[in-house]
Design a protein around this ligand. Structure first.
Ligand code: C5P
Length: 232
């Protein structure tokens, strides 16, 4: 895969103007952008239409989690906006996951419906408080199995989880990995970070990078450096 196809830049800003500035600064170094709940809540679908309309791929990270009918309706709308990937919470259960996948594919057979398993902000004690026994990795693997067997095309996972997921379920699904930092840069508030090359080696199909690019003095140069590390 062309390294440029693997890089997703997170537009974690609160205005379309700020998002446009990042997209213009990144230029040709990335083709895909993540729109999450901050930007979407502030600016709505217009920014998504603008990005897809200008030929960019959009990863809509709204982590849908509701009854199957509601989620499938939302996924249909998202697919009609032209997004390439979107997220749902695997804990919505088998019926919700299947409804999401089917609704998305009815609009766009190439849409990647990705499941979020366990938020990386949670630890074993948090899971315990939610009534979930066993460790985080057990829960990640259980939810990934549920998502993949109910029509989802992939999983959002840390690099650490990615290698376990590849071992367990093979190569025939997508893994999107955040928490990536170019070799030699700081970690921001990410607890565990990996380099772009480490993420791909662990089994990631795509990497999501936010602040290292969006807050760089020269975002295009930073994106090119990451592409160089991906290619190496
Ligand atoms: O700025 P940074 O590169 O840390 O941004 C990473 C992006 O990936 C953010 O949008 C963040 O919400 C998201 N993310 C994450 N870790 C997860 C899931 C999503 O950092 N486990």
């Amino acid at each position: 895969m062309d390294p440029r196809q693997r890089l997703i830049v997170a537009l974690d800003v609160s205005s379309s103007a700020a998002a446009r500035k990042i997209v213009a600064a990144v230029g040709d170094s990335a083709h895909a952008y993540k729109v999450g709940m901050q930007l979407y809540t502030a600016e709505g679908p217009a920014i998504v239409r603008e990005l897809t309309g200008s030929g960019r791929r959009v990863f809509l990270d709204l982590k849908y989690h509701d009854i199957p009918n509601t989620v499938s309706a939302a996924v249909r709308e998202a697919a009609q906006l032209g997004v390439s990937m979107l997220t749902v919470h695997a804990t919505g259960g088998a019926k919700m996951l299947r409804a999401a996948a089917e609704a998305g594919h009815a609009v766009n057979p190439d849409l990647l419906v990705l499941a979020v398993t366990v938020l990386t902000s949670l630890d074993d004690a948090d899971l315990n408080m939610l009534g979930i026994r066993g460790g985080i990795l057990d829960q990640v693997l259980r939810l990934a199995a549920l998502a993949l067997s109910n029509g989802c095309q992939g999983i959002v996972a840390s690099a650490q989880e990615a290698s376990a997921l590849r071992e367990e379920f093979g190569r025939d699904f997508t893994i999107v990995t955040p928490g990536v930092r170019p070799a030699g840069s700081g970690a921001d508030d990410q607890a565990r970070v990996v380099t772009p090359a480490e993420a791909i080696a662990a089994g990631a199909s795509y990497i999501v990078v936010g602040r290292p690019i969006t807050e760089a003095p020269d975002p295009a140069a930073e994106a090119r450096a990451i592409l160089g590390q991906l290619a190496a």
